[in-house]
Ligand binder design. Structure first.
Ligand code: UFG
Length: 326
């Protein structure tokens, strides 16, 4: 079967591509390489240098025919989206409309979309399951929710099936170390911890230590990208087998505090990782933890690498290799 992975040179996309290749699929990556990297391309996958803002290029790429399309191309910094909503509206919402319309013309029946826990906003109850109210509190989350709604309409009106996968905190690197490119200018906790461990940063900030949590720092649900990747393949197979769209939340169902992450990283890397508590970052809820019960039931999914040590160790290996640290 043939899969088109849009955004397949990115951090999560490259892991998704690797998993489809491992399972014997024929894969084409379409990416504009703005945040993705050539280092993340695999020889076994075809590559198209394209852009979701160029509909003709999308149509050309899709014309050869695909059984499914995974869409991961997006702007993703929640804080940034509050200052540049027009960029997020264009890239995320208009870009997805381009993809859906090109896919319709090309007769692609199955879409897998990388959504986010950000569609839920501050938790009303924990863990966050699929029935949780959807009230995004940043523009990034709004764009993801709008796209989910769009996909639902395309299913109802055109019969295009979709799987939306709402990631909680994606983290880790391929446990077999086959993904070589590091994210440029990372904004997420674990890569910042690693940049501090390797000395790219002199120190890091802990955004608030006065939250009502066990050590005062925010609790998040970190899920390994290899585990996210398997969910994409299972979701595609679900669409093919059942011809039924679905939306699932995907997390490890385990909460980790910022301090716990840093402390365990110090132990695993043997590095000091200086960190000072500063004021809270606006918009951070105290605790976010997923329920992945539906993913387990419907997709048979299970987290195999999302324990704290595997998350940190796999990321450390990627940084060590990149910075040639013995
Ligand atoms: N943090 C720090 N210092 C840093 C960076 C982060 O203390 O230098 C803290 C944050 O305040 C937060 C936690 O680490 O408490 C995790 O922060 P991230 O920026 O890594 O992740 P977020 O939880 O803010 O958001 C991530 C994705 C979103 C997604 C969300 C879903 O970036 O796109 O997970 O759970 F919506």
């Amino acid at each position: 079967m043939k899969i088109l992975v849009i955004g397949g040179a990115g951090y999560i996309g490259s892991h998704v591509v690797r998993e489809f290749l491992d399972r014997g699929y024929s894969v084409t990556v379409l990416d504009n390489l703005s945040s993705g990297s050539r280092l993340n391309l695999f020889d076994e996958a075809a590559f198209v240098h394209g852009d979701i803002m160029l509909p003709l290029r999308l149509r050309e790429a899709m014309a050869e025919g695909f059984d499914g399309c995974v869409h991961l191309a997006a702007l993703k910094a929640a804080g940034d989206s509050m200052f540049r909503p027009e960029a997020y509206a264009e890239m995320n919402i208009a870009g997805t409309i381009n993809i859906l319309n090109a896919a319709l013309s090309a007769g692609i029946q199955n879409m897998i979309f990388s959504s986010s826990a950000a569609i839920f906003g501050s938790p009303r109850h924990l863990p966050i399951d699929e029935k949780h109210p959807k009230n995004p509190e940043n523009f990034y989350g709004f764009t993801k929710l709008e796209i989910e709604r769009l996909m639902d309409w395309y299913d109802r009106l055109k019969g295009m099936k979709y799987a939306t996968i709402r990631y909680f905190n994606a983290a880790g690197y391929d446990v077999q170390q086959r993904v070589k490119g590091l994210e440029m200018n990372p904004e997420n906790l674990l890569p910042i911890v690693m940049e501090t461990a390797v000395g790219v940063r002199k120190g890091m900030k802990i955004f608030g230590d006065d939250y009502p949590t066990r050590d005062g720092t925010c609790i998040r649900d970190y899920v390994h990208v290899n585990d996210l990747a398997t969910a994409h393949v299972s979701a595609f197979e679900h669409l093919v087998d059942n011809k039924e769209s679905l939306s699932v939340n995907l997390g490890s169902e385990t909460g980790v505090t910022v301090r716990e992450m840093i402390q365990r990283a110090r132990e695993i890397t043997g590095k000091e990782i200086p960190a000072v508590a500063t004021e809270r970052r606006p918009g951070d809820p105290a605790e976010l933890v997923a329920s992945s019960a539906k993913a387990r039931e419907v997709l048979g999914w299970e987290a195999r690498h999302s324990d704290l040590d595997s998350l940190i160790d796999s990321t450390w290996q990627a940084y060590r290799n990149h910075f040639r640290i013995s």
